[in-house]
Design a protein around this ligand. Structure first.
Ligand code: NIG
Ligand code: FE
Length: 413
C-alpha cells in the first residue's frame, strides 16, 4: 500500500465543492474549496483525505512531504492540444506581423497544409520525439491530463500512424492522455474532391475503433473548411461506433457550429469567438462545455471570445492552450489561465476551475480529475507561490516545484 501525507500547505485549492455537486456553472470563490494551513493524504494513488489544522492521529505514520507553506492545486487539465506534428511555421507568425491573415497564408499553401506535408515526411521517431518534448513541457507547467489531437495526417493511413504514436505515449505515461481523431481538419492536397475525402476519413473510423486508437472525434467546423452539413455523416458514424465528439467551432465566422455541437451532443465546442447567442443557448441546454482559447486569439491576432456571453446562459467555460504549430505555440496553461481571466473576462475562481475541473468535465473525467476530493486521482502540484491570487497574477512565470500523478512524483525539485 503506498501512502503520502503532504504537510505545511499554505493554501490548498481543492475544488471539492464543485466535485461534490458535479457543477460547472455559477462558479464563485467558495466553490474552490480553499483550505489554509492544510494537509493532503494520498493512498494507493488516490486522494484519501484533506483538511486544515492538526493532522489526524491515523495519518501520523504516513511518509511526509513538507510543502513549505506553498500553494497546492489539482493537476491541471489541458483539454485542447495538437501536440504531434512535423516542421515549423514560425515564419508564418512573422508574416502575420507584416499584415497577412491566417486565411491568406492558408491560401498560399501554408497553414495546416504545410504542417501536413512536414508531418507526412517525418519518421515515426521524429513525431514521437517531438510530441514527447511537447508533453514534457506541458508537465513542467503542472499539466497532468492532456487532450491530444491528431489532424496533421489527413489521410486514413497517416492519421492512423499518428494515433498509434499517441497511443504508445499514452501507455507509457506519466500523464493521462485523452486522444482525439481530428479527421476533418483541412482537405488534404492530394484529394481533389471533398466528398471523397470525407468518405475516406469516415471509413477510417472502423480501424481506429477496432484498434482502440482514440476516444474522441473532432472536426474544424468553419466556413471554408467543413460546413455543418459536411460533418453529419462523419459524426453520426463516429457516434454509432461509440466515439464521443468535440469540435472546433465558429472561430472566424458564425458557421452555425455551436448549435450543431448541441445537436450532436458534443462534450465540447472550442474557439467560439463568433458563436451566436442561439448557438450558445443550445450548448448550455445540452451541457456542451465552451472551451475558450485566448492563446490563439493573441497568437493569431483575432478577437477574444467573451466568457460573459456563455456565463449569462449558464454554459460551462473551460480554457485550453490549443498548442499547435500554426495558430498558437503557447504551451503554458497557467499563462492561458491568466490571459483567459484578463481578456475573456473570467474571475480568478472561474479561471482556475476552467483549467482544472471544468476542463476535466469536457473530457468526461470530472469524477476523477480536476479536483482534490476523497477518491479522486492523486494528481496535484505544489507551487512555490503562496495563494491563488499570486498564481493567477503570475502569468505562468513560476513553474511548480512538484508535480504528482496518481500519488507518484513526476517532477520533484
Ligand atoms: O485549433 N483551427 C484549426 N486548427 C488549429 C490550427 C491548426 C494549425 O494552424 O495548424 C486550431 O487553431
Ligand atoms: Fe485546435
Amino acid at each position: 500500500m503506498s501512502q503520502l501525507l503532504v504537510t505545511h500547505i499554505g493554501e490548498l485549492v481543492s475544488l471539492a465543492p464543485l466535485a461534490k455537486e458535479q457543477r460547472c456553472t455559477q462558479i464563485v470563490e467558495q466553490d474552490l474549496g480553499v483550505l489554509s494551513n492544510a494537509w493532503l493524504a494520498i493512498e494507493d494513488g488516490k486522494v484519501l483525505k484533506l483538511g486544515s489544522g492538526p493532522i489526524p492521529e491515523e495519518l501520523q505514520g504516513y511518509p511526509k512531504l513538507n510543502a513549505g507553506g506553498g500553494l497546492v492545486l489539482p493537476g491541471l487539465v489541458d483539454c485542447h492540444t495538437h501536440p504531434i506534428f512535423g516542421g515549423d511555421r514560425s515564419h508564418e507568425f512573422a508574416a502575420r506581423l507584416s499584415g497577412k491573415t491566417y486565411q491568406d497564408i492558408a491560401a498560399e499553401g501554408g497553414g495546416i497544409q504545410s504542417t501536413i506535408r512536414h508531418s507526412r515526411t517525418a519518421s515515426d521517431t521524429e513525431l514521437d520525439e517531438g510530441c514527447r518534448r511537447n508533453l514534457k513541457r506541458f508537465l513542467e507547467h503542472g499539466v497532468t491530463t492532456v487532450e491530444c489531437k491528431s489532424g496533421y495526417g489527413q489521410s486514413p493511413q497517416e492519421e492512423i500512424r499518428m494515433l498509434r504514436i499517441l497511443k504508445k505515449l499514452a501507455e507509457e505515461g506519466p500523464q493521462t492522455l485523452s486522444i482525439t481523431y481530428l479527421g476533418l481538419h483541412a482537405k488534404a492536397y492530394d484529394y481533389q474532391d471533398k466528398t471523397h475525402f470525407i468518405e475516406e476519413m469516415t471509413a477510417a473510423l472502423k480501424t481506429i475503433q477496432a484498434d482502440n486508437l482514440a476516444e474522441w472525434v473532432d472536426a474544424f467546423v468553419e466556413r471554408g473548411y467543413f460546413e455543418v452539413e459536411d460533418c453529419e455523416r462523419f459524426f453520426s458514424e463516429a457516434q454509432r461506433l461509440g466515439f464521443k465528439i468535440r469540435i472546433h467551432a465558429d472561430e472566424f465566422a458564425d458557421s452555425r457550429a455551436a448549435g450543431a455541437a448541441a445537436q450532436w451532443q458534443a462534450y465540447s465546442a472550442d474557439h467560439l469567438e463568433e458563436a451566436s447567442v442561439e448557438g450558445i443557448k443550445a450548448m448550455a441546454d445540452s451541457g456542451v462545455v465552451a472551451v475558450l482559447l485566448p492563446g490563439t486569439s493573441i497568437y493569431s491576432k483575432i478577437k477574444f471570445a467573451q466568457a460573459q456571453g456563455f456565463l449569462d446562459q449558464n454554459c460551462a467555460v473551460a480554457l485550453a492552450t490549443d498548442f499547435n504549430p500554426g495558430s498558437c505555440q503557447i504551451d503554458n496553461l497557467p499563462l492561458i489561465a491568466s490571459l483567459g481571466a484578463l481578456h475573456c473576462g473570467l474571475s480568478c475562481a472561474q479561471a482556475i476551475a476552467a483549467v482544472s475541473f471544468v476542463a476535466a468535465k469536457s473530457l468526461g473525467l470530472s469524477e476523477c480529475k480536476g479536483a482534490l476530493a476523497p477518491g479522486y486521482d492523486g494528481d496535484f502540484i505544489i507551487h512555490p507561490l503562496q495563494s491563488k491570487e499570486q498564481w493567477i497574477a503570475d502569468f505562468g512565470r513560476h513553474k511548480p516545484s512538484h508535480v504528482f500523478l496518481n500519488g507518484a512524483p513526476a517532477i520533484s525539485e
